[in-house]
Design a protein around this ligand. Structure first.
Ligand SMILES: CCCCCCCCCCCCCC(=O)SCCNC(=O)CCNC(=O)[C@H](O)C(C)(C)COP(=O)(O)OP(=O)(O)OC[C@H]1O[C@@H](n2cnc3c(N)ncnc32)[C@H](O)[C@@H]1OP(=O)(O)O
Length: 218
């Protein structure tokens, strides 16, 4: 198999890399696959011991050279914040789904997603905190695209129906209004036919420090 990689240095600038995955993106996806495999594995104990030793060696190889800075925050042409290290969207963060959002013609943030078994809370259902994390992100993106980027002040959720994993779902969010440094948004995780599973409203506050010219240093 030939894998066409983004060229060296592109990892810091997704726009420059185009649609080609970087080596770091591929590593990250491999680790996600690994995590899924760990949750579902049924291999015998002695095999688990051997695999653990191999993973420990790989972990040491990755630690041989450590980043000294965070992944940078950038904005795509639609104004959606992109951050490779983000816990929900990060292309370089194995913990992230990753969630890929776009802005629709009416300004709605829309992301198609599918949770996995690693997101399980109650048996056969997605953990409520994981749903909250996704909604925090898309609501935050909605206010950011509208020009009111901020930190979450409050996030209110209504869990309407159980959220399944392994099925296609849609997360959407709309900017509502701004008063001073406060902006509000609402959103939901729904089935593809629009049936709501979790609904959310959120207040996002642009920290005083950001308005004083130190954005991104928090
Ligand atoms: C530019 C780059 C942007 C990048 C963004 C990418 C986004 C991507 C999407 C990411 C999405 C994920 C996002 C995440 O995960 S954000 C992570 C989760 N949230 C936090 O960690 C926030 C922690 N808190 C703070 O940093 C500060 O307390 C903030 C910034 C919120 C306010 O501290 P600041 O010193 O600036 O404000 P102030 O004290 O002068 O108060 C101002 C006004 O606000 C009112 N108030 C204050 N707090 C609350 C509250 N909790 N609920 C309701 N109201 C609150 C207050 O009464 C006052 O009202 P009024 O008296 O004026 O009426």
């Amino acid at each position: 198999m030939t894998i066409e990689l983004a060229s060296a240095g592109d990892t810091e600038d997704p726009a420059a890399a185009g649609d080609r995955p970087s080596a770091l993106d591929l590593l990250t996806q491999q680790v996600r696959d690994l995590v899924d495999a760990v949750v579902l594995t049924g291999v015998p104990q002695d095999e688990l011991v051997e695999i653990t030793a191999e993973l420990a060696a790989l972990t040491d190889r990755l630690r041989a050279l450590r980043r000294t800075s965070r992944h940078p925050l950038a904005f795509d042409p639609e104004g959606v914040p992109r951050h490779a290290g983000n816990a929900v969207t990060g292309s370089a963060n194995p913990y992230a789904l990753p969630l890929v959002s776009r802005v629709t013609s009416d300004g709605t943030i829309r992301a198609e997603l599918s949770f996995r078994q690693i997101h399980e809370g109650p048996p056969t259902s997605v953990h409520g905190g994981v749903s909250a994390m996704v909604l925090d992100q898309v609501l935050g993106q909605a206010v950011a695209v509208a020009g009111g980027a901020g930190m979450t002040g409050t996030l209110t959720l209504r869990y309407v129906r159980r959220v399944p994993y392994g099925e296609p779902l849609v997360a959407t969010a709309e900017y509502l209004r701004t008063e001073g440094r406060k902006s509000w948004a609402e959103g939901r995780i729904a089935l593809p036919d629009g049936t709501p599973l979790v609904e959310a409203t959120g207040l996002f506050i642009t920290p005083r420090l950001w308005t004083e010219g130190t954005a991104g240093s928090q």
